[in-house]
Design a binder for this molecule. Structure first.
Ligand code: DP6
Length: 396
């Protein structure tokens, strides 16, 4: 007998960033954060979890390769899920309690290249926790369990617009994520991810925020001003006020990266290409006499841009002028390309006096065109990544 569940979960992008922890084991953040969950049609993690009395040991495969399951974060997640399931199962059927003692096989993959440097661990842990919740039939909040895998993963438990409250309790019980608004609340909001052509290995976010926490004086000032930003961006989301949403998003990204530079030794995630994207966005906004595009950067050089559907074509046209692609259009722009129907004619060339930047070819790998989307979902059994023996289908 084997019980198997398959789920999918989304990536999220913070607009008020999480940077710094008060507790490394429980993953309690130094400040609250706010994010937008991205649509799973473009970016998604998929995970199958199976339990059987035939399995000899717990095993995990990530993107086709077997990994060590003794990773403390994975262990914390499994332990916490089982604790919650046991608590609930006291009065339920014997078979359910028995299932909790069986060994587990986990198989997970992303539908986007991990090399793209996107927040794959958030989607991965959210997916694992959601799949385990379905397998063991747990109810109540599971974001606090996802948080124990990776802080930002707690926000991927919900779709749409999400706040992760830092919480006040020492045991982390109130450090949970909740939805501010569903993805359908702002139907014309769009997202462009500009994947920068750069191979450099960066300091991981776990390590990076640890050093910032220890050495940056600026971070203390940042932590003090986050509550006000969270309140204001929450209101801007509720009101669909793009100008305020965009300004808070850009300023918060700049502030997080300023704290990274204030870290000793300094950490710089942004590259020359990232900085050119920042300039281009500001030049574009100035030329429109309105804030029409916002950027935000995580622990890497890729830009995540927010804008409204009506402005996407014009802005993309400009991006292609300043970062001329060396690949074909269909490879350069991926995702919701069905929305790119108008041909922007040469007559629409932007006034170069607003854009005192020289074009630099081949500095962007590709662009992902997406939008806000829903939270994790359970998938039908035919989409399982595990075969009838509980082994990855790709290996069988
Ligand atoms: C820059 O969630 O990856 O993306 O909790 O140590 O696993 P750990 O860190 P992680 O940090 C994400 C940092 C960020 C900002 C954000 O997503 O809020």
């Amino acid at each position: 007998m084997m019980h198997c569940v398959t789920c999918s979960a989304p990536v999220n992008i913070a607009v008020v960033k999480y940077w710094g922890k008060n507790d490394e084991t429980l993953i309690l953040p130094a400040n609250s954060s706010v994010s937008v969950t991205l649509h799973q049609d473009q970016l998604q993690a998929q995970t199958s979890v199976a339990v059987s009395h035939h399995f000899e040991k717990d095993r995990i495969w990530l993107n086709g390769k077997e990994q060590c399951i003794n990773n403390p974060r994975i262990q914390n997640v499994i332990r916490e899920i089982k604790r919650r399931a046991r608590k609930r199962k006291v009065s339920s059927r014997d078979t359910d309690t028995e299932k909790l003692n069986w060994k587990i096989h986990i198989c997970s993959k992303n539908n986007f290249p991990t090399a793209a440097g996107l927040a794959s661990s958030a989607a991965g842990y959210a997916c694992l926790v959601y799949a385990l919740k379905c397998l063991y039939d747990i109810d109540g909040d599971i974001s606090a369990i996802a948080r124990c895998g990776s802080g930002s993963a707690c926000r991927s438990i919900h779709g749409g617009f999400v706040v992760w409250n830092k919480g006040e309790e020492n045991d982390g019980t109130d450090s949970i994520a909740r939805q501010i608004q569903p993805h359908t609340h702002w139907p014309d909001l769009r997202v462009l991810i500009l994947v920068v052509n750069e191979q450099k290995k960066h300091t991981g976010s776990t390590e990076g925020m640890q050093i910032t926490m220890k050495t940056s004086e600026l971070l203390q000032g940042r932590i003090r001003c986050v509550p006000d930003k969270v309140e204001k961006i929450n209101q801007a989301i509720n009101d669909r006020d793009f100008q305020t949403f965009a300004e808070i998003t850009m300023k918060d990204s700049n502030q997080m990266h300023a704290c990274c530079l204030d870290t000793y030794p300094p950490i710089s995630y942004l590259t020359d290409v990232s900085r050119r994207i920042i300039q281009l966005v500001h030049h574009f906004n100035r030329s429109c006499q309105q804030t029409k595009v916002a950027y935000t950067f995580d622990a890497g050089p890729n830009a995540c841009l927010f804008l409204l559907k009506k402005d996407v074509q014009r802005f993309l046209h400009l991006v292609k002028q300043f970062f001329p692609p060396t690949t074909e259009e269909k490879d350069f722009i991926r995702g919701k390309t069905e929305e790119l129907t108008e041909t922007v004619s040469n007559g629409n060339e932007e006034d170069r006096s607003y854009f005192p930047l020289d074009p630099v070819a081949d500095s962007l790998k590709y662009i992902i065109y997406t939008m806000p989307g829903p939270g994790p979902q359970e998938l039908p059994p035919d989409q399982s990544l595990l075969d009838k023996d509980g082994l990855p289908k790709t290996l069988s």
